[in-house]
Design a protein around this ligand. Structure first.
Ligand SMILES: [Zn+2]
Length: 286
């Protein structure tokens, strides 16, 4: 290799900073992208030479050498690519390529639109309000069509497991929490060949309760009927849905309703509860 200092036009007494500036200036000057097609080969050669020279002077460790090597190669290759691209540019070929690309995209989107799912399994379950309040875990037993693993593993011509249908019926346990209004198991519905599996949706239908009603999803309504004209103190024990006793005590004059915070239904993923709304109703028939 020729003297790197001569190649970069610097002196061994120059600082690294000066050498770096000179290198950058030369690198820009001889950058293959910046030179015309005719000068390309010459500029590539020169560019490599100054990169190597700079590399040799700054004495980069192996990793840096590799980086420089790759960096130099990359720039040269990029230059070649564009050079060749323009040199060999064929309008008709370009059109064909573009057309094929478009065809690929078209099939891609068609596949998305025509993906068929097996039918969703929707199950409405009637649940006691106390189970909703206490967020009880429940299990439903279902029978679901699955792909026969026996056929796949053993590559059988005749399969006793599925009568060679490729489909077996399996028992599945579906778990859900009663406070979740809806539980969705995606890709869990029946298997059918060449289709994606639909979902199993569990929806909670609260059973009516003789004392509590659901308001606004998570609040509970409780009504206290008073037998007089509303001039006596109310002392009423509300047996809540977890079995605990809440003593409701109020003096007249009464408000139309009272809010007891966080004594309503559990709000999943928020870790809080709705409110208990207590309404005072004068029993006009007494
Ligand atoms: Zn089988």
């Amino acid at each position: 290799m020729d003297d790197p200092y001569v190649i970069l036009g610097v002196s061994p007494h120059d600082s690294i900073e000066v050498i770096r500036k000179k290198y950058k200036k030369l690198a820009l000057l001889y950058h293959p992208d910046r030179n015309s097609q005719d000068d390309r080969v010459a500029s590539e050669e020169k560019f490599k030479q100054i990169s190597n020279a700079y590399n040799a002077i700054t004495g980069n460790p192996a990793a840096d050498n590799m980086f420089f090597q790759n960096f130099t190669e990359r720039i040269i290759n990029k230059g070649n690519f564009f050079g060749d691209f323009l040199k060999n540019f064929d309008k008709n070929k370009f059109k064909t390529t573009l057309f094929n690309e478009m065809k690929n995209y078209k099939t891609f989107y068609e596949n998305i639109n025509t993906t068929e799912y097996t039918e969703d399994i929707n199950i409405n379950v009637n649940i006691e309000m106390a189970d909703i309040y206490n967020n009880v875990e429940k299990v439903i037993d279902l029978e679901i069509d699955d792909k026969c693993e026996e056929c796949i593993i053993n590559d059988l011509k005749i399969c006793p497991m599925c009568d060679t249908t490729g489909i077996v019926r399996n028992k599945k346990k579906i778990v859900f929490m009663c406070a979740d209004k809806q539980t969705i198991y995606s890709s869990a519905a029946n298997y059918e060949p060449n289709k994606k599996r639909g979902a199993i949706n569990i929806r909670i239908c609260p059973k009516p309760h003789h004392e509590f009603r659901i308001l606004n999803d998570y609040d509970l309504l409780y009504e206290i009927y008073i037998a007089d004209d509303g001039e006596n103190k109310i002392s009423h024990s509300i047996i809540q849905l977890d079995g605990t006793d809440h003593l409701f005590v109020e003096n007249p004059p009464y408000k139309a309703e009272y809010i007891i915070c966080e004594k309503g239904l559990y709000i999943p993923h928020r870790g809080t509860r709705g409110d208990l709304v207590v309404k005072i109703i004068k029993n006009i028939y007494s």
